[in-house]
Write a protein of this length. Sequence first.
Length: 710
Amino acid sequence: MTMPARLAAALLLAAVAAIFMSGLARAAEVAGACVHQPAPAGANGKRIALIVGNGGYGNDIPALRNPVHDAHAVAQAVTALGFETFLLTDATETALRQCLDHVYASLADADIAMFYYSGHGIQIRDENYLVATDAGIGDLPRAFVPVQPIVDRLQAQAKATLIFLDACRNNPLVKDGLPGLSVATGRGLVRVAGNTTLNASGEVQARGLMVGYSTSPNAVAVDGDGDLSPFTAAFVKAVGMSGHSIQRIMSDVTNDVGEQTDWGQTPWMKSSLTGELKLNGGETLAQAQAISDNRASRAAGLLNINGDRHAAIIEALKGLPASSNETVLEKFPKAYLALYSAVQTRQAVLPIKKMSVVALSVQGRAAVSPLVSGSRLGTPALWSTTERRLIAELPVAGRLWQFKFSPHGNLLATFSSKRITIWNGLDGTKRFDLGAGDRFSSADISPEENRLLIVRNRPTIMTMREGRLSIRPEPDARNSPASLTIVDIRTQRRVVLVKASELSGHLARGRTVSNLQARFGSNDTICFALAFEHSQDYAVGIFDLRLKKVVRLRVTHRISAIPLCDPAGKYMVRNYVGGPNDAGMEIWDLANDIVRDVAGPMVVSIDPNGNYVSSLGMSGEAQGFYDLSTGKKGHPATVPDGFVAYRNRMLRSDTGTLIGQDSSPSIWLDWPDETLSGPAVVQRALSELTPPERDEVVRERIDYIASGGP
């Protein structure tokens, strides 16, 4: 128990002790009277409790010293928790039934109804009875009040019903029944999934019934040597603990009573509550943040190690309180980041065991071709990553080289040694073939999904000389120049053919382009990079399809990966390698013709709005986001710091093993949905859960005590 928790418990016990000095003298004056105490001002929800303490027995039934003390202590404790109380001590059968009628009349729309009984109790033919003070040994069943009808009336009118029976004292009535109480009370309790709701204050309101016994079924409890019975002493100490659910309170009570009685008495409980029921608010903010951070760590592991997106969402939600507005989310940044990452990721889990060639789409589809043996690939297939089922096989002629989904996932292109084929990206039906693909190097589909870019290169030989990479064509490939081909997907016709020499323009000067890399920027622009044979010079540029000419071109002396351009045409970003200790990211501000080098990080994807670029370190560690206008670290306001986009492209088996990764950057796949942030992320996550999963989150999520606002 933490120091604040011990202090709270000590203060509560001090308050309970005070009532013995000021209240017990007056208790004798009202014995048998149903004393009503309204709920304190500002009470949260409607809570009603009937507390009965019967100790003044006669008629050969032994008196009990503690029940009246117990009743006053419990009434004091639950009043402090916002309960409206009805306190009854040394009650005859008539007084008990009359007080019950008062309680029943007050129960309409109650959030919580509680009945706490301390005194003699007995079970007869598996039915539990409370013993009124006017009962006699020889006149059963007069003055013996059955418990089950009380439970039924309370449960019929209140959302949640709590029954506590400290009524198993040893007594001379055992000749008419078994020692202790039966488990029959609450025998009709049923767990109703999905009935967890919020009360008017926005807090979780559990529903159902919980019955707590001071000892195990058919066992005997002791009255105790102190001012309170062992069960009641433990109950009043635990019930006021902030942030503890009644389920946890009863666990603490069980341990406390067991230790007090050397485990000769063990409280017992059964429950159909649909969620955690907290009587005294949630954890302190510091406690909640510590719990939240642990949840976040587990969620990150489920997502990034096991690849279990759904389980990560559930775990991250448990690390956030029910009321998760922007202000609250800022208090739990790690859990929010874990949830945001799980909701935004499109990494997939499929029942596939073998390493595979993979492409992933934004429409919840995966194109997969597993490695059968060695480097031989199996039959390509289209899978649903949301339903984890096979949609269609994709019969490809020749050896498969690459899959490529269109930016919005409506089309899928397969590239093989014999042909290029376009498929419907959702159902796997074949659209058309585009003929030979024997010299295909890479490909891309335009943002509007109406153009196909095919890059062809001559076969090359790559060598390192004095720390520099040299690329030259194979001797028998000199008559096959590198080129770009643009195909209109709607008409299936070639609309543009651009030779690499046309892209290099005046830079060629008799040199031959040895390697060409390209992809779409916008629907009408292509970003490209060139390497020259027998040269340490490289070039990057932009080709305008409307003008059919190069509109930007610049020379660089460092090897360039395929550049990325934002659709608005404001920036080009690329990875470069100039030597063993010279690698990083280059940002070309096209409007101002300014180049900014950022040493170290490598480009992952570019913001579709042209404001940021996401990156990784050389060893694969997250580097975060960079502002394209300054080249300095920064991130979109809607994206939490620490988000790593590259994990979107992973495919895992259902055991969590990484079996493939889509290596083709896509700003539509890799960039987070910036319209989905803050509370909208929480709502999206909850919408993906089943009713039992939502109930699980409600039961186990953090709940903290806010001070001075949310």
